[in-house]
Design a protein around this ligand. Sequence first.
Ligand SMILES: NC(=O)c1ccc[n+]([C@@H]2O[C@H](COP(=O)([O-])OP(=O)(O)OC[C@H]3O[C@@H](n4cnc5c(N)ncnc54)[C@H](O)[C@@H]3O)[C@@H](O)[C@H]2O)c1
Length: 351
Amino acid sequence: MEAGLNNKTILVMGGAGFIGSNFIRSLFSTYPDARIVNVDKLTYSGNLDNLRDIEKEKRYVFVKGDVADRKKITFIFSKYTPDFVINFCAETHVDRSIHVGALEFVRTNVEGVFNLLEAVKQSPRVKKYVQVSTDETFGSIPLNSRRKFREDTAFAPNVPYAATKAGGDLLCRAYHSTWKVPVVVTHCSNNYGPFQYPEKLIPFFITRIMEGKKVPLYGDGKNVRDWIYVLDHCRALERCLLSGKAGEVYNIGADNEMSNLTIARLILKRFNKDESWIEFVADRPGHDRRYAIDANKIKKELGWKPVYDFRKAFDLTVDWYTHHLTWINRVREKTGVFNPHIDLWKAHTSK
Ligand SMILES: NC(=O)c1ccc[n+]([C@@H]2O[C@H](COP(=O)([O-])OP(=O)(O)OC[C@H]3O[C@@H](n4cnc5c(N)ncnc54)[C@H](O)[C@@H]3O)[C@@H](O)[C@H]2O)c1
């Protein structure tokens, strides 16, 4: 076990969401003496049920707070004096940014990052701030191309979510260049695993089938994503906190490209359903065709590599949702229908 994060205070922003809660649980088991302060606004995707097994631990504190609230962030930094900061806070759902509006995306994904950078700039105690970002900032790659996103690939976001994430990432770059703020930015591919709010592809499809509804696929279903198990992502982020070089960018991915159609078929097979359960709907605007990550830099420089086998981790994930009906029902009670936008889009485009 590494001493690295033991006896340190790690400020986890947005730790009640999917990846953040998996990250906290993973850190807790690896570092028995690490202290964690989890700050989360508890938007629709933030869920304290994700951390019930940890919430009573003495070395864990939860604070309800908005990353876009500058005063609150200043207060949190002065009260808890973190050694490390990692930011998962984000508005993340592309459909929402298209159909509901992008203002909240700008507040959380750009202004929120600005607030954290300002706070880190004024806190010499902070050794590292990791800004968790996405491969979607790089735009789209044609299906037949051999190209992959590298750390120096130019940003070319096609949807407001990706544009606001790119805005936050660029602020990180500028704060390091100008003030040497010790920030590292990561770009990861699509995550799957337990505790993901069921508006995202895999849990959305699983919950649809469990409700006896067809799974809706945008366009021809051939859009390709690079899939990584959430705990592989969490281990990569831990490496970035400990050994990532300030000012650097690291891509994280598992070389596991699959079309949405393939994912839908794999899920249907687990439920013994045939393809009549797939419903193709008109494509959404700005829908990127393919993401593909070149993760050689983090492998070479930080010694990380993914260890989870896709088929095993995918089966574990499907089983997790089918065995956690109470979790799903409580989320539904609190937030309503999962991804209503796709049904509205279906109605709109079939007129
Ligand atoms: N899910 C993926 O496949 C994926 C892939 C690559 C990168 N990422 C990035 O990882 C991060 C976490 O993603 P996720 O899938 O866990 O998302 P999520 O929606 O499950 O979690 C986001 C969390 O942030 C909190 N939050 C939102 N706005 C906030 C605000 N203004 N102040 C404080 N808290 C706020 C929410 O309550 C929630 O707990 C995001 O930054 C996302 O861009 C996600």
